[in-house]
Each structure stands twice: as C-alpha cells, then as structure tokens.
Design a protein around this ligand. Sequence first.
Ligand SMILES: [Zn+2]
Length: 325
Amino acid sequence: MNTERIKLQIVRKTFCLTLLFVFLLSCTHTAENNGSMIGSISETRSEYLKTIVGQLSGKFELKNNTFIKSRWSVTERETSRKYLKELITTLGIEVKENEYISPNLNPAIDLLLSPFKGTNVYGILPATTQSNQYIVLGAHYDAGRENAPGAIDNATGIALIYSVVRELSSIETRNKNVVLVFFDQEEEELIGSNAFIKFMKAQEWNVHSVHCFDMVGWDGDGDDAMEIYSASESLLNTYKKAAIRLKKPLKEIRIDPVGYDNNGTDFDAFVPEGFNVIGAGECYYHRDSTPYKDSPDDTYETVNFSYLESCTNFIETVIKEMVRS
Ligand SMILES: [Zn+2]
C-alpha cells in the first residue's frame, strides 16, 4: 500500500467520522427541541392537576420552551396532541391515534375548504382478568375559539381523566378494560366524538359505559355540586350511591333519549347511538358555570382547583368500583 493511498484513506475516514459527529450532534439538538414537554409530574393530585391545566392553557411554559396558547388552530391542536400523547405515556399506557376525515355537508365546499380532518388520541388500560368489556372515559381537547386558552373548557376534563386513570393503574384486579380518549373537534359539531363512535363500532368493542367530562372548574355558589346527565337509570344510580357515601352534592338531569338531538357536548353524540352514557361536569345546565367559556378569559386563574380535585376524587371512586365489579 503506497503512502498516497494511506493518506487518501485517512482523509476519507476523517471525513466520514466528521459526518457521523455532525449527524449525532444534530440528533441531540433535535431531541432537545422535540423532547419532553411535560417534565416530571408531581405525586400529589392537587399539584399535578394544576400543572396539566396550566400547561394546556398557556399559563406554564412547556419544558421544550413553548406554550400551548389555544388549542384551536390545526397547528395548535397538533402541538396539544403531542402533549397529550406524552401525558398518556407517563401512565405506562401505549398511545394510539384515531385519525379521521369527514366530508363537509356540502361536497362543493370541499373544493374550497379542506374536509374536516382531525385526530382523537386514546389509550387502553387493559383489564387484569379476562374481559371483553370496555369503560370509556372521554374529554375533548380542542378549544372553542381562536385565542381562547380553554382552561376550564376543557383542560379540566383532561386533567380529571388523567388523574382517575393514574389511580386505576395501581388496582390489582381490574375486571374491565378502560379506554381514555381525548376528542378532537368537539367545538365543531362533535366531529371528533362521532368519528370515535364509528371507530369503536368497527372495533366491535363491548362497551360497558361511556363517561364524558366537559368543564369541571367553576363553583360560583360554593356548594361543591357536580352535575350529571344521562338517560341511563343504572348509571345515574351508581353515581348517586357513591355521592351519598362521599357526601358529594349532585345535580341530576334525566335525559329522554327519544328524539334527542343536541350538539353541545361530546355526551350528545353517544345518546342517539344507544350507548350507556353519562356526562358530568360543573353545573352548566343549573347555571353555575364559567362565564368565560369560548373567550380569551377562560384562563388558569379562573379555575377553582379545590372543586376540580373534589370532583376528581368523586369520579375516581365511581370508576374504581365499576372496574372492580
Ligand atoms: Zn367543552
């Protein structure tokens, strides 16, 4: 081997090593930018409820130096999804996405506007025993308007579900599977939850019950009451029994499923499809609900966190019993 060839080989090797070094450097750099958004999560419920609501509503900066200011536009909803996927991962649950495309009602509009495209984010906490039954816990993650931080509507519902599932994962015997799902596009005529209903039907899940949470952060009259609405006698009774034991005040609305046709909250999508479904949250229909819904004032500062925690404790008790039975 002559010296010229050796020199050439050294030059080539140095070149390759430099390329590899630059590549590795760029990888760490990307990892820094796209890395953890959440950071470490406190063990204490009262603390992490605040962290999650604050991070989802632009109060707290994320660990990758960005803010979620409003979960409204396509790009903001995408950032929110990344956050939610990481949140589900911290529970040790595999994250899945349910992407959908629904055409606009008028196909001619599709030529001008793109059809509704969105993504629900979900995960399954499996039963520890043989079970084909599924309990579904759902909350929408989109905000109602551009510039609406959506702290109460509906970062509170997301934080509640996260917290409940976190406790469920430590139960030794779970006799039912639990699905947690964060719906896209609730604010656009329930497109996200309707798409998830289609998906669940295609999966042929044996759905035991669906529990929807929307807005759990306002208690103007200080009575600590949670509102529940359902057409299912058995679900209403289960909630009421737990409420008596825990001394949690409830306000109940019995829904007539016949001819039910509302588009206000995800719960409404499940009723006409015949699901055993219940909705819960602050007393929206009893007029003790945030006055800042769909506005730039739906902020972290307006959330009553002791109320959110009390409702989370209550829902945890209800769902735990259901999962065990
Ligand atoms: Zn809502």
